[in-house]
Design a protein around this ligand. Structure first.
Ligand code: CU
Length: 209
């Protein structure tokens, strides 16, 4: 993968955002598969990351980064491209809206009533055996990373809770997330959090009115 600057030359100056120079989200068009990658850049501006797609089908790849131009101005950009993994593919039906999801013994829920075009506060609840989880690791500088895709056009919305202050006590197990969904409709949110060094990804479906 390569990012071209406005002059057409490969862009090689980037600023760290959420601890990485480049964030890549890969989603299957039916929202059934999701990958979050942090590729490395070679000197010539080529980005690469080892990555195995588990199922065939049409995919969208979205990059998010902060590029520094020749006048040292910062440009926060989200760019996407499509690709196809050959093989038999039948689109799965979009999952019904669900308030919660279970992954690796954790129950993950999102509370809130998102309205398209308006900032909405969502509350994220992560519990295990009914008890709030208070030992979340920091992942990319915060306790959770949420990537939402709008059904159909696959518009992406990236959200995360405010970073806790340094030296804060037990991690808040119900962090607030500021969401801003651009359009009405169904969103599949992939919620990522880390415990004991292990990353968990919980998908949840919400509808923005
Ligand atoms: Cu990332």
């Amino acid at each position: 993968m390569r990012i071209a600057s406005t002059s057409g030359a490969p862009q090689t100056r980037f600023q760290l955002a959420q601890e990485k120079l480049m964030h890549v989200y890969v989603v299957r068009r039916d929202l059934a598969d999701f990958y979050h990658l942090h590729p490395d850049m070679a000197a010539d501006g080529t980005w690469s990351a080892p990555f195995t797609v588990s199922r065939p089908g049409p995919y969208r790849l979205v990059t998010e980064f902060a590029a520094i131009d020749e006048q040292s101005r910062l440009h926060h950009l989200v760019l996407g491209t499509d690709f196809e993994v050959p093989g038999p593919y039948t689109a799965e039906l979009p999952p019904a809206p669900t308030a919660d999801s279970r992954i690796d013994d954790y129950d993950v829920a999102v509370d809130g009533d998102p309205v398209a075009g308006q900032p909405t506060m969502l509350t994220l609840r992560i519990t295990r055996n009914g008890s709030p989880v208070t030992d979340l690791d920091l992942y990319l500088g915060t306790v959770a990373h949420l990537t939402a895709f709008h059904e159909g056009d696959l518009q992406v919305v990236h959200m995360h809770p405010q970073a806790p202050p340094p030296g804060a006590g037990p991690r808040d197990s119900a962090p607030m997330v500021n969401a801003d969904f651009p359009a009405k409709g169904l969103y599949r949110i992939f919620i990522q959090f880390q415990t004991d060094g292990q990353l968990h990804t919980a998908p949840i479906t919400v509808v923005a009115q």
